[in-house]
Design a protein around this ligand. Structure first.
Ligand SMILES: [Zn+2]
Ligand SMILES: [Zn+2]
Length: 768
C-alpha cells in the first residue's frame, strides 16, 4: 500500500463512519430519520437523561432491614431503590466511581421522570449534604453518562446550522442552481463541500431541529407525517420546549429573511438548513457546563462580525443585525448545567435562574430564548440552613427539588472508596491489608448517632439504647447482631433494623450529616503514607495519624460534639478500631501459623444440627459409610452442648433439664429454618448463623490447647526479636515456624515481610 493509498483508506473509513453516524443531514433526510423513531428524536433533556440512566442499566438494591427478597414485583414498586450503573463508570480525570448513594441516585432519576411527565424542567435539583459527601461526583457521573450516551446509536441527538453556498450557486436568485457540474438541481445546500459553502451560521443554543417548523404548524406537520393517532400520542408527551418553543433571535431573523426572499416557499428555506448530529462534551462545554460560584454571567449577546464572509450572505441577510449568544446557559442548553455551591452566590443571581427554570426561557437583550436544560446544584448544609432563614425561602423552595446526600454509613461501602484510590496514597509504599477498612471503620463510627429509646416500641427501646457505636456500625453494614443478644432479642432487633436506620431521617441533624468526610480520611491516609517511621502504609500508621487528627478540635465541627454514651467520641473510636483490628490480625496470624482448622468447627456444628434434627423427629440417621440407619449420635450432641454451655446440659437426666435442652434444640432448628428462608439457594454458613457458638468453640479450643499456644507465643517472640538468632534447638524450630507463618501471610493474605513482622510484633505486645 502506498502512502497515497493509505491516506485514501483513512479518508474512506472516516467518510464511512461519518456517513453511518449520520453526522450531517439535509432537512428532508432528517424528516425520514424522525419518522422512523419519533419518540427517540423528540425527547426533552429530562427524558433524554432518564433514558440515558436506563440505557446503562440499573438493579434494585435492598435497603437495610427490609425483609422481602428481591423480586421483579418489588423492583416495580414506587418505593424501590436502584443502583444505576452509570455511577459505576469512571469519569475521566474526575472520579473513579460513585460508591453507594443508591437512594440519592433513585431520587435524581425520579425527579427527572417527573420533569418529563410535567413536560418541563421546572425546578432546580439541589443536592445538599455535608462537605465531601459525593455531591459533585454524582453530577459528574451524570455528565459523563450523557457524554457517553450521545455517542451511542440510542443517544443520537441533532441540532442545526444555516448554510449559504458560494456565489455561483445563487446567481440569478436564492436557491436556483446554476452550477453546471450538477446533473440534478440541488434540493439542499447541507452537504456541499466546505469550500463551496460561503457561510455557515450555527445555532448558538444547539436548538432542536423541530423548532425549524413554525410553532403553529408543528402539530399539523406531525399528523401529516405520523398519522393522527401517533401524532396525538407524541404531542401529549412532548416537552413544552419542543411544542411551544421558538427559534432563537438570530435563527428567527434568518428564517424570516429567507421566508421573504423565497416568498414563503418552505422547501427553498429548508435548502439552507443543515441538520447536524452533536455529541455532548464537558471539555468543550457542549451541553455540559459547570459554573463555579464566583462566576455569574449566565447569558449575554454580542454583535457578530463575519468580516468578508458577511458579504457572501444573500442580500436580504446582509442588512440584518445578527447577534451571537454566549454564556453558561447558552452553552449548557439541551444538557446539564451544574451550579457548584449554588448558595454561595448572591441571592439575586439565582432568583433569575429559578425564574428561567420555571418558565423554560430567558430574556437576553430584548429577545426571549427558549431553554431545555436540566439544572443541578450543590450546597452544603450550613449554607442551606442560612438560606432557610431568608424571608423569600418559601417562594424559592417551590422551584427547588431538594435531594439530601449524606455521608455513607456502611463500612464496606466506605472502604470501597479508599480501596479504589489506595494506589494513589501509597505510590512508593506497600499497602498492608486492612488499611482501607481501618479508615472506613473510624469514619463511619464518627458519623453515627445514639438511638433514642423514645423513638422505639417499649420492647425494643432498651435493646437499641444499649447498642455501642461499634455494634451499630456492624448492624448497619451487614446486619451483624451484637454477640451478647439472645435469639429472641436478635429477632426483635432484626425486625426493627429499618426503623433504627431511619430514626433520624426527618430531623435537621440527620445521621450522616456530621463526622469525618471521605476527603478528611484521604488526607489522613496521605499523611500516613508519608510517615517515615513505617515501611508500609499500614493500619498502624493510619491509626497514628488519626491520633494527630483528633487533636485538631478547633478545625473540625464533628470533633467538638458532646460525647453521648460513647457516641461522637472520635478519640476513643481510634481504640475501638485498634481493638477490632487486633481481632482481625489475631485470626490471620493464628491461621497462618496453621495450628487449627476452623472448617472442622463448621463441620461439628453442621453435624450437631443434623443429629438433633433427626432426634427431635424421632427418626434415624443414615450412616454415610455403611448406609445403615442408626440412632443419632448422643455423644456428639452431648459434647457440643457441653462446649456451648446449653441450658440443662450439666444434668440432662432430670425431667426439667431435659425439657430445657429440648427447647434449646428446637430453637436452633427454627433459627436454621429462618436463615434458610432468608437465603434461598445458599449453603448454610453455620459460623454466621450462630456466632456465639462459634466463639464458645473457639474459647474451648484454646483452653484445651494451652501448651501449644504457649509454644506459639515463644516462637513469635523469638521471631519478633531476631529471627536469625542461633539459639538452642527449640529456638531454631521456632524460627522455622515463624518463617513459615510470614510466608503464609505473604502468599495468602497480601502482606510483605515488613508489615507481616509489624503485625506479629504488634499482636504480641497487645495480646500475649
Ligand atoms: Zn438558534
Ligand atoms: Zn507491607
Amino acid at each position: 500500500m502506498t502512502s497515497h493509498d493509505a491516506l485514501d483508506f483513512i479518508d474512506q473509513e472516516a467518510k464511512r463512519e461519518f456517513d453511518s453516524n449520520k453526522r450531517i443531514l439535509t432537512f428532508e433526510e432528517y424528516l425520514a430519520v424522525l419518522k422512523e423513531n419519533p419518540k427517540k428524536h423528540l425527547r426533552g433533556s429530562a427524558q433524554y437523561l432518564v433514558d440515558m440512566m436506563d440505557h446503562f442499566g440499573k438493579e434494585p438494591v435492598q435497603p437495610l432491614g427490609s425483609t422481602s427478597t428481591t423480586t421483579t414485583a418489588a423492583a416495580n414498586q414506587p418505593t424501590a431503590t436502584y443502583r444505576f450503573h452509570i455511577f459505576d463508570l469512571p469519569v475521566e480525570g474526575l472520579s473513579p466511581k460513585v460508591v453507594g448513594q443508591e437512594y440519592v441516585q433513585t431520587q435524581i432519576y425520579r425527579a427527572l421522570k417527573t420533569f418529563s411527565r410535567q413536560r418541563g424542567n421546572n425546578k432546580l435539583v439541589l443536592l445538599h449534604g455535608p462537605n465531601g459527601s459525593a455531591k459533585t461526583s454524582l453530577v459528574h457521573a451524570m455528565m459523563g453518562g450523557i457524554e457517553r450516551y450521545s455517542h451511542e446509536p440510542e443517544g443520537v441527538t441533532y441540532t442545526f446550522n444555516w448554510v449559504f453556498p458560494i456565489e455561483r450557486y445563487t446567481k440569478g436568485g436564492i436557491g436556483i442552481n446554476t452550477y453546471t457540474a450538477q446533473k440534478e438541481p440541488l434540493t439542499s445546500y447541507a452537504k456541499l463541500p466546505d469550500e463551496e459553502i460561503a457561510v455557515r451560521i450555527q445555532c448558538d443554543l444547539k436548538d432542536h431541529p423541530l423548532l425549524l417548523i413554525p410553532e403553529d404548524q408543528r402539530l399539523g406537520f406531525l399528523e401529516k407525517m405520523l398519522g393522527k393517532k401517533q401524532a396525538a400520542e407524541i404531542w401529549e408527551n412532548l416537552s413544552n420546549y419542543l411544542s411551544k418553543g421558538d427559534l432563537c433571535h438570530r435563527c428567527k431573523q434568518i428564517y424570516d429573511a429567507l421566508f421573504v426572499a423565497n416568498k414563503g416557499d418552505f422547501r427553498k428555506i429548508a435548502m439552507h438548513m443543515q441538520i447536524e448530529r452533536f455529541y455532548y462534551a464537558q471539555r468543550y462545554r457542549r451541553g455540559l457546563v459547570t459554573i463555579e460560584p464566583q462566576m455569574h454571567v449566565d447569558a449575554q449577546y454580542h454583535q457578530l462580525t463575519y468580516n468578508k464572509s458577511m458579504a457572501s450572505l444573500p442580500a436580504t441577510l446582509q442588512g440584518l443585525n445578527l447577534f451571537a449568544l454566549t454564556g453558561d446557559l447558552i452553552d449548557g442548553n439541551r444538557g446539564i448545567i451544574e451550579y457548584s455551591d449554588l448558595l454561595k452566590r448572591p441571592v439575586d443571581s439565582f432568583k433569575y435562574l429559578l425564574g428561567a427554570c420555571e418558565t423554560g426561557s430567558v430574556n437576553i437583550g430584548s429577545a426571549i430564548a427558549y431553554m431545555d436544560v436540566v439544572m443541578l446544584g450543590s450546597t452544603n448544609e450550613l449554607q442551606l440552613d442560612a438560606f432557610k432563614e431568608f424571608p423569600d425561602f418559601t417562594s424559592f423552595k417551590a422551584r427547588i427539588e431538594l435531594i439530601r446526600v449524606p455521608y455513607l454509613l456502611s463500612v464496606s461501602q466506605e472502604q470501597e472508596i479508599y480501596n479504589l484510590q489506595l494506589s494513589q496514597f501509597s505510590a512508593e509504599k506497600h499497602a498492608a491489608p486492612h488499611v482501607a477498612w481501618t479508615a472506613a471503620m473510624w469514619a463511619v463510627l464518627t458519623r453515627l448517632k445514639k438511638p433514642n429509646s423514645i423513638n422505639f416500641p417499649p420492647n425494643v427501646s432498651t435493646l437499641v439504647s444499649n447498642l455501642t457505636p461499634l455494634e451499630k456500625a456492624k448492624l448497619y453494614d451487614r446486619g451483624d447482631m451484637p454477640a451478647a443478644l439472645s435469639p429472641e432479642e436478635r429477632k426483635l432487633l432484626r425486625a426493627n433494623l429499618r426503623r433504627l436506620r431511619e430514626e433520624y431521617l426527618n430531623v435537621p441533624y440527620y445521621e450522616g450529616r456530621m463526622g469525618a468526610s471521605a476527603r478528611e480520611i484521604k488526607s489522613i491516609l496521605y499523611d500516613a503514607a508519608q510517615n517515615h517511621e513505617f515501611t508500609c502504609l499500614s493500619p498502624l500508621s493510619v491509626l497514628r495519624e488519626m491520633e494527630e487528627f483528633v487533636k485538631r478540635v478547633t478545625e473540625y465541627e464533628f470533633l467538638k460534639q458532646d460525647i453521648k454514651d460513647g457516641f461522637h467520641d472520635s478519640a476513643e473510636f481510634i481504640n475501638v478500631v485498634r481493638n477490632e483490628y487486633l481481632n482481625k490480625i489475631d485470626r490471620e496470624v493464628r491461621d497462618s501459623i496453621g495450628l487449627y482448622d476452623s472448617s472442622q468447627w463448621e463441620d461439628f456444628l453442621k453435624k450437631y444440627v443434623q443429629h438433633i434434627s433427626v432426634l427431635l423427629k424421632k427418626e434415624k440417621i443414615k450412616n454415610a459409610i455403611t448406609g445403615k440407619l442408626e440412632d443419632p449420635d448422643f455423644a456428639l450432641i452431648s459434647e457440643f452442648e457441653k462446649i456451648v454451655e446449653a441450658p440443662g446440659h450439666a444434668n440432662r437426666d432430670t425431667a426439667k433439664e431435659s425439657e430445657e435442652l429440648n427447647g434449646f434444640r428446637q430453637n436452633i432448628l427454627s433459627q436454621v429454618g429462618a436463615w434458610t428462608l432468608d437465603h434461598k439457594g445458599e449453603t448454610i454458613a453455620y459460623a454466621s448463623v450462630f456466632p456465639e457458638f462459634w466463639r464458645k468453640m473457639e474459647k474451648h479450643y484454646y483452653e484445651s490447647q494451652k501448651s501449644i499456644l504457649t509454644k506459639m507465643h515463644d516462637v513469635l517472640l523469638v521471631y519478633g526479636k531476631d529471627e536469625h538468632s542461633a539459639g538452642g534447638e527449640s529456638e531454631q524450630e521456632g524460627g522455622r515456624l515463624a518463617r513459615k507463618t510470614v510466608e503464609n501471610m505473604k502468599s495468602k493474605l497480601g502482606y510483605c515481610d515488613y508489615c507481616a513482622r509489624e503485625v506479629i510484633t504488634f499482636l504480641l505486645r497487645q495480646r500475649y
